[in-house]
Every structure is written in C-alpha cells, then in structure tokens.
Write a protein that binds this ligand. Sequence first.
Ligand SMILES: NC(=O)c1ccc[n+]([C@@H]2O[C@H](COP(=O)([O-])OP(=O)(O)OC[C@H]3O[C@@H](n4cnc5c(N)ncnc54)[C@H](O)[C@@H]3O)[C@@H](O)[C@H]2O)c1
Length: 345
Amino acid sequence: MSIATELSPAGTPRILFLSRGDVAAAGGDHSELYVQTLRTALVAHAEGRVVQPLKPYLRAQGKDGHIADRIIAMPAHLSDPGVSGVKWIGSKHDNPNRVGLARASGVIALNDPGTNYPIAILECSLISAWRTAAVTCVAAAALARKDFAEVAVIGCGVIGRAQVEALLQQFDHIRTVHLYDLDGAAARRLADEVTAERPELAVRVADSAEEAVRAGDLVVPCTVTDQPYIRFDWLGRGAFLSNVSIMDVHKDVFLGADKIVVDDWDQSNREKKIINQLVLEGKFSREQLHAELGEVLGGRRPGRESDDEIIVLNPMGMAVEDIACAAEIYTRAKQQQIGTWLDLY
Ligand SMILES: NC(=O)c1ccc[n+]([C@@H]2O[C@H](COP(=O)([O-])OP(=O)(O)OC[C@H]3O[C@@H](n4cnc5c(N)ncnc54)[C@H](O)[C@@H]3O)[C@@H](O)[C@H]2O)c1
C-alpha cells in the first residue's frame, strides 16, 4: 500500500507537519514502534527492495571542520509501504555547550511515490535517536549473547541516553549499565535519570572508557570523537559491540573480531571511516564481511553461533530506517489526528 498525496477541501495538495512533540504523541518516543518497523525495513534492504543513494555530507568548513559539523541528506524509497523521502539532518558538535541546543536536529520530508509530491514534514531528531537505538536492539537479539547482562555506553548525550532507554525497554535481563563520558557530569546525569526510573538496576559511572568497555557484554560507543580509543584487547570473549559513533574503535577491533556486520557495505566503505581505511590499506574487503544486518535478520546469514564470538556491528545509519519509521509515525498520526495540516499552494 502506498502513502498517498492528500488534498485540501479546495482540491489542492497539503502536507502534514509533525513537530517533535507530535512525533512523540504518535508513538515515536518508545522503542516498540521502531523495533517492529526496522526489522521489516532492514530485511527489505538486504533483499534489494529499497532504493537508497549514497548520502552526501555538506561540510561548510570543508576538511578543517569538526567531524560532527555537517548537514547530511539521506534519501530512500521503500516499496512496502510505498513511500519515498529524505532526512536532512544538521549537526554542530558544540551546540550543547555553545547555544544550549542538542547537537542535531533536522526534518524528514515524506513523498508519495505516485505523484512524488511531498506529503509530510517531521522533525527528525527524536526519530533519529530512537531508530539508532532500535538498530542496536534488533541487532543485539541476533548478535549478542542471549544472556548478556552488562551494558556499557560510552558517550552520554542524546544518542547514548536513547540507547540505554531502548535496551532497558527491550531486554529485561540487563543487570548493570556502565556509563562513561569525557564530561563526567553528563555520565552522572544519565546515571541519576536511569536510577530514578529503575531503582532496581545497578548503574555505574566508570572512571575510564577502558573500565566500562571491559565490563560490557554489550558495548555501545556514542561519542563525537574522530580519534579511535577502543582496543581489541578491551573486549571480553562473547562481547557484542554496536559501533554507533563509528570512529571510536581502533583498526585491530575490525581485524580481531570473529564477525563484522554492517548495515550497508557501500555506505560503510567510504568517507575515510575505519572500514574504508582498512580497505584502502588492503587489510579488509567485502569478502571478509560476515553480513549486512538485514541478511542476518532475514535468515540468509547466521547471527551469533557461539557464546565465545566477538561480534562488531558497524551501523552507519541508513535512510531506509528513517523513512520507514517516519512513514509509520505519519500513518499513526493521521489515524489519531495528530499534527498540523499545511496547504502546499
Ligand atoms: N550510526 C548512526 O546511525 C548514528 C545515528 C545518530 C547519531 N550517531 C552518532 O552518535 C554520536 C553521538 O551523538 P549525540 O547526539 O548523542 O551527541 P552529543 O553531543 O549529545 O553527545 C556526545 C557525548 O559524547 C561525549 N564524548 C565526546 N568524545 C568522547 C570520548 N572520546 N569519550 C567519551 N565521551 C566522549 C561528549 O562529552 C557528549 O556527552 C555522534 O557521533 C553521531 O554522529 C550515529
């Protein structure tokens, strides 16, 4: 079924605007919506039922700018439900300290593939954070040890917080959350929030990234660094690392792990990211990749096969994830009459 152009009473096209609050009211502030939607979208991606051009990065400061200062355009089309769209997400690493705003915000525009007209505009930071956390959750179900109990999150900003919340929502066997942030106050703030919501859970603020990583069965870096610091020998046997912020792990992690899984090979092998550096050095290749995540979720490739394996997921973040989740939120918002209709003409 396709998502279709809406007409105003005057017969002219209109679009639905969903603010961040509207996105939350339509179910976009809980992992459930994202986990369900992403499983389908990731399998569709692996089976070639989506169109997803490589995303361009607009860096106004060029190579001199901070790695997290950019605006990224992420277009995709999915045939089920029939929907096209683009996420246009802007980020400045120092927004939190300089202007008191979150690092990233942006919009998702959804389009009707029948007319290619825009049909909705959604604020995207909530969707981005939750879908990224949900990718870790669906991956953990296939790639982490079934009994993983110790979770380590490095970097306790917006993305780190969503990872912790979604993992706790999806896995009730988590025993301890280990947090580390270069900014100790950020780690303590998140620890206090989690403890207030779940007093039964052990929440530890680590003194170093190494201490947190060594403690984790499931490790999630969510920083804004461009300097690798996580070494392979920090990872215990059986660990699963969801490499959300991409640049935190040293090359030896990719070379030493038993299985490397990516969301999309072409997106991972570019922009001088660590995998791309290894490919350029002749040390890694598509053949050495275990799978794309959707291949594992769809049963075409195995997930974890023993409690001993060290498995790394490199989730660059895909437009199909954002567009699929935004389409689900748009559908629910319309059903619940949430949002503001705007005339396009
Ligand atoms: N893979 C994906 O799909 C995906 C999606 C969204 C965001 N991200 C990435 O997630 C990361 C975090 O985003 P955010 O919005 O939470 O940013 P944020 O600025 O809100 O938080 C980042 C936190 O990391 C801390 N930090 C920075 N360098 C560190 C280091 N070396 N060690 C420990 N802590 C460090 C900062 O103090 C800050 O608290 C970004 O790199 C972003 O690009 C990835």
